[in-house]
Design a protein around this ligand. Structure first.
Ligand code: SAM
Length: 397
């Protein structure tokens, strides 16, 4: 495991060790060296890892009616454009496919819509610009801070982006919770290498989430060495997102677990995973700056942070259930009638649709919807009932 020169210099300048969250931020988001910052990571079946939108346009096709419901409701609330804001658009596939689906299925509504992409990593934004150059909706790139200067009515979509926020890894040493750190071992007789070690004890402010998760209660003792993650950046992200949208829902789609599963005693090394070249690994120190690092979200912590930021929960479910409610079974059924040259394509789409609902993989993703209800004193304008994706799936075709 070699240590790239830039990382070695950074660690030396920091005194030889940094908290894991700093390391994760550097190796993912550094504009020159980070896996996303540089645009080095490729998303898709031929890239480093696949996501649901990268399997083909059916994912966007299924999601589009839900977004159209929300966008139509916002468009009916007053004149002017409504925004479809996507945070962390990766290759731009979901935004491009959603724009196409909205323009084809809801042309009048689409004329009121603009696409706004929030992507802090310059390398990724460059690829998105190429992918979305000739789309049917007006499209621009912005930041939450810029949007907050003139907040729009809009739908905010966060597909597999919150799992890329740097996590703090914490370890119980038998007496104290310690912040895990990444340490540079630089000896004259060996190649420099990286190690994970328990660092300083957690400061009081960091202990509050542990109390909420009941990890501090005597009955919740963990064995020495037990390690997990906290998401220190989540609250700020949700607050910035809330300030960027004047009115409208937020849909988070991501790897997520309930707190009792996330922090279960048996999960002794958290949820952190590394992806590169379609391989999944558990070593976050392998190939820094070339691999994707991702940690699951804790549903309870996310909901608490969302409520604190002014987002009201509209409910959540597994992706399998959401996509069935949005018509996945009917879509699969429709593929059966394709023959001739379209057959190969139909088979590929069938396989992709089944991957989306596989309960051991993408089907276990969670869809969590929230709403911003601060309507300049007109809360009655936003009844926003149960989202379509939470309805009971229709009986089979
Ligand atoms: C795992 S990829 C997901 C890409 C895409 N949503 C998909 O599902 O195919 C994470 C994306 O989020 C971006 N990202 C990372 N941190 C972000 C942040 N704080 N705000 C917005 N986007 C971010 C990354 O650059 C990348 O485009």
């Amino acid at each position: 495991m070699s240590v790239p020169g830039w990382l070695r210099q950074r660690l030396e300048a920091a005194g030889g060790a940094v908290p894991f969250s700093t390391y994760m931020d550097w190796v993912l988001h550094d504009p020159r060296h980070g896996a996303y910052g540089s645009g080095r990571l490729r998303i898709g079946t031929a890239g480093d890892f696949a996501t649901a939108p990268s399997l083909g346009p059916d994912f966007a096709g299924l999601l589009a009616p839900q977004l159209a419901d929300w966008l139509a409701e916002l468009a009916a609330a007053g004149p002017g454009p409504v925004a479809l804001v996507e945070a962390g658009p990766g290759e731009g596939s979901l935004a491009a496919d959603l724009a196409a689906a909205l323009a084809a299925g809801w042309p009048e509504l689409a004329r009121r819509c603009e696409l706004v992409l929030v992507e802090p990593n310059p390398g990724m934004a460059e690829r998105q610009r190429r992918r979305l150059a000739d789309g049917p909706l007006p499209c621009r790139w912005s930041s939450f801070a810029e949007l907050a200067a003139a907040p729009r009515r809009g739908v905010l979509l966060a597909h597999e982006v919150l799992d890329a926020l740097p996590v703090e890894r914490i370890t119980w040493d038998g007496a104290l919770w310690r912040r895990q750190q990444v340490v540079l071992r630089d000896r004259p007789d060996a190649e420099p290498s990286l190690r994970l070690e328990p660092g300083e004890s957690l400061e009081a402010a960091m202990l509050a989430p542990l109390a909420a998760l009941e990890l501090l209660s005597p009955g919740a003792q963990r064995p020495p060495g037990w390690t997990t993650e906290l998401h220190p950046g989540l609250g700020a992200w949700l607050q910035e997102a809330a300030a960027a949208v004047a009115e409208g829902p937020l849909l988070v789609i991501d790897y997520a677990l309930e707190a009792h599963r996330y922090y279960a005693p048996a999960r002794s090394d958290g949820t952190l995973m590394a992806y590169w070249g379609q391989q999944a690994g558990a070593d976050p120190l392998d190939q820094p700056g070339s691999t994707d690092l991702t940690a699951h979200l804790c549903i309870d912590s996310l909901q608490e942070a969302a409520a604190a930021a002014g987002w009201r929960s509209l409910g959540h479910c597994r992706q399998g259930q959401a996509l069935l409610a949005l018509g996945l079974a009917e879509r699969l059924h429709g593929l059966q009638s394709l023959q001739g040259p379209a057959l190969a394509q139909a088979l590929a789409r069938r396989e992709a649709l089944l991957r989306l609902v596989d309960p051991h993989a993408l089907g276990d993703f969670r869809w969590l919807a929230f709403a911003r209800d601060h309507l300049d004193g007109h809360p009655e304008r936003s009844p926003r009932g149960q989202p379509r994706f939470l309805a009971e799936p229709a009986a089979g075709p």
